[in-house]
Design a protein. Structure first.
Length: 283
């Protein structure tokens, strides 16, 4: 057999060694060219299939990568142009480029070849403001109004959320049935893509419950299950101290275990947003 007949076969087996490699958490491996990774979505042009075919993989589902095609990589600590090699056991390291570091972790990588410039230190601001006014006449008479708002500032390492709410309602003969207000702030410090520590403060009043002022201060940890453009889910637990000043009773101080969940998701091309943030305090 002539060498020219063996060459195509040799190339067939040698090519994957020069391709980018993706190893998933479940052990599956993908080979091809990594096009980009941004917003927790990794796009790969595989070795097989149609020439222009691209597949998308969730970045949190990736264990590690081997980047043999030079690319622009954004890290939490900066950015570089080069490649990434792996030790085949989950560890990664910059293989070329002007920037030299030690071992890389999965959570250190913020983006690869992003379409839009990515600055890990830049804050993103989002918020909402809701207001309502209602009244009913008939067998019952009620008048009510409410205001609520939320402001969030976050980057890859820091997140601050401020929330406020006011509710007031009167019934027959202008008897007040609801009169309460609440203001809360929470700061999160991310240790990795998913794990973070938090500190929280809450002040609230409820005149019908004879609560002149209730203050809550707490710390704890959280796990970010999803942190994407269209889906957010975080679980939290921690310890809190609650101080309640009553209008006609002694001040009360107590400790509590706090459990919280924060969920939001967009549907229909961001035309609808479902949101729920709940917390319970267990004495």
């Amino acid at each position: 057999m002539h060498l020219k007949h063996l060459l195509p076969v040799f190339c067939l087996f040698a090519a994957p060694g020069y391709a980018d490699q993706i190893v998933l958490e479940n052990g599956d491996q993908l080979s091809g060219t990594i096009v980009r990774m941004e917003a927790d979505k990794l796009t790969l042009k595989p070795l097989w299939g149609e020439p222009n075919k691209e597949i998308t993989v969730s970045w949190p589902a990736v264990s590690y990568i081997e980047l043999t095609t030079p690319a622009h990589v954004v890290l939490r600590s900066g950015a570089f142009d080069g490649t990434i090699k792996s030790d085949r056991s989950g560890g990664m390291q910059i293989a070329s480029g002007a920037m030299q570091t030690g071992m890389l972790r999965h959570d250190d990588i913020v983006a690869i070849n992003p379409v839009k410039p990515v600055d890990p230190a830049a804050f993103k601001y989002t918020g909402r403001l809701d207001a309502g006014l209602g009244f009913a006449r008939g067998n019952t008479e009620t008048n009510n109004y409410y205001f609520s708002g939320k402001l969030k500032a976050e980057n890859t390492l820091h997140r601050t959320v401020i929330k406020g709410e006011v509710r007031h309602e009167t019934g027959a003969n202008s008897v007040v049935t609801t009169d309460r207000s609440r203001l809360s702030t929470k700061y999160d410090r991310f240790l990795s893509t998913r794990r973070y520590l938090y500190a929280q403060g809450i002040v609230e009043q409820d005149k019908l419950a004879s609560i002149d002022l209730r203050t809550t201060a707490g710390v704890g940890s959280g796990y970010q299950v999803y942190r994407e453009e269209n889906l957010n889910l975080g679980l939290e637990s921690g310890l809190s101290h609650i101080r309640t000043q009553y209008h006609n009773a002694p001040t009360e101080n107590k400790g509590a275990l706090r459990l919280g969940v924060d969920y939001s998701q967009y549907f229909w091309s961001r035309g609808l947003k479902v949101e729920n943030a709940s917390e319970i305090f267990i004495p």
